[in-house]
Design a protein around this ligand. Structure first.
Ligand code: UT7
Length: 334
């Protein structure tokens, strides 16, 4: 019997209403619109206001994906949810989303934590489930609130100007058409560099029973060795796209469109330059939304599909790199 493949049905996304420009950030820290635009390509980002939660954004994004597919929550066989931090410490937001979407069936809701590469890890798991025949339709959702954990002092400016809040969803389903769907996904991690981009707290190890003279005055903001992350991102993203493309019998020239993680416009420009892929074969949302970690790829792809930049039949490469380190690339026929 022919093994099913995984096709992308639809996308959805949600961004908070509050727009925060680079000029707005100048009020908090020593920075400038010029520095941020030149070093990252970001002009503005969105921050949540009261009532906009990880779950609320995830629900809005998921509803758009379901509506575009003319499906309801009961047509989904599984949920794969990813976020850096979620509304509750536990349970994961996947279970909360199952409830908020009104799923009546007792489907599995899996929470993944793979930072900026989370969407590709989710795609890899969903594709494996579908190929194995476990599930026919999987809803992948990423929802990220960064703004409430940023260090808005000058000390934290290297990280805090880059990140924004937002959510995106992608509905995938089984197909027997060998001409469409996910061809392959490569995912990898390199834990030796975990502390090159990380947030230490809150941690279950911080408890007066375990530590004397516990100092909880810092450790709650992200720390990043920006230049080291930058260099590794370019190397691993180039390597991942090249490997997944060649392994499956294609050349880089065959790729019609690249959707890259939105961490820094200069990273993506360098990756495209190395791969000799023209800039017209990609789309960016970093200028308006900053780095929404796990949500960047489905959010950017949603726009690119809606605006007709990606068409059915196109060979599309997705690529990401992030904290962990983690990275990956998916090659698919849209
Ligand atoms: O999604 C996860 C993956 N994340 C990434 O891929 C991010 C990777 N890293 C980067 O994107 C870049 O390294 C940054 C955008 C974070 C920084 O750009 P850079 O070109 O590497 O700048 P830098 O860290 O070398 O800093 C250059 C200067 C420094 O001042 P001095 O030492 O030259 O006087 C920084 O203190 O820019 C200063 N600086 C800032 N100035 C104004 C750092 N952040 C800011 C800021 N505004 N926000």
């Amino acid at each position: 019997m022919q093994q099913p493949r995984t096709r992308i049905v639809s996308f959805g996304h949600y961004v908070p209403k509050k727009v925060v420009t680079n000029h707005d950030l100048e009020k908090y820290m020593e920075t400038s619109d010029q520095w941020i635009q030149q070093r990252s390509g970001i002009k503005e980002r969105r921050w949540v206001s009261e009532g906009e939660t990880t779950l609320q954004m995830a629900t809005e994004a998921a509803k758009e994906a379901l509506e575009k597919a003319n499906l309801t929550a009961d047509d989904i066989d599984a949920i794969v949810f990813g976020a850096l931090v979620t509304d509750y410490v536990f349970p994961g937001t996947g279970c909360l989303l199952q409830k908020s979407l009104g799923c009546k069936k007792p489907i599995p809701a899996l929470d993944l934590r793979n930072q900026c590469s989370g969407f590709l890890y989710a795609m890899s798991v969903s594709d494996a489930w579908i190929r194995a025949g476990f599930y026919k339709r999987v809803l992948i959702v990423a929802s990220e609130i960064q703004s409430t954990a940023l260090d808005l002092s000058t000390e934290g400016r290297d990280v805090s100007v880059l990140f924004g809040d937002g959510a995106a969803a992608c509905l995938v389903e089984a197909t027997n058409n060998p001409e469409e769907g996910v061809i392959d996904t490569l995912i990898a991690s390199q834990g030796e560099f975990a502390e090159k981009l990380f947030v230490h707290r809150p941690s279950p190890n911080d408890h007066p029973r375990l530590k004397e003279n516990l100092d909880l005055t810092d450790g709650f903001h992200a720390h990043m060795d920006g230049k080291f992350v930058f260099k590794n991102a370019i190397i691993r993203m180039c390597e991942a796209v090249t490997t997944v493309t060649k392994k499956n019998g294609f050349e880089l020239d065959d790729i019609d469109f690249v959707v890259a993680h939105q961490a820094n416009m200069r990273i993506n420009q360098a990756v495209l330059d190395h791969l000799k892929i023209p800039f017209e074969k990609t789309h960016h949302t970093i200028d308006r939304y900053g780095n929404t970690t796990n949500a960047t790829i489905p959010l950017t792809m949603n726009e690119a599909v809606d605006q007709g930049m990606i068409k059915r039949g196109d060979l599309v490469a997705l690529v990401a790199f992030g904290s962990g380190f983690t990275w990956g690339s998916t090659l698919l026929r849209f």
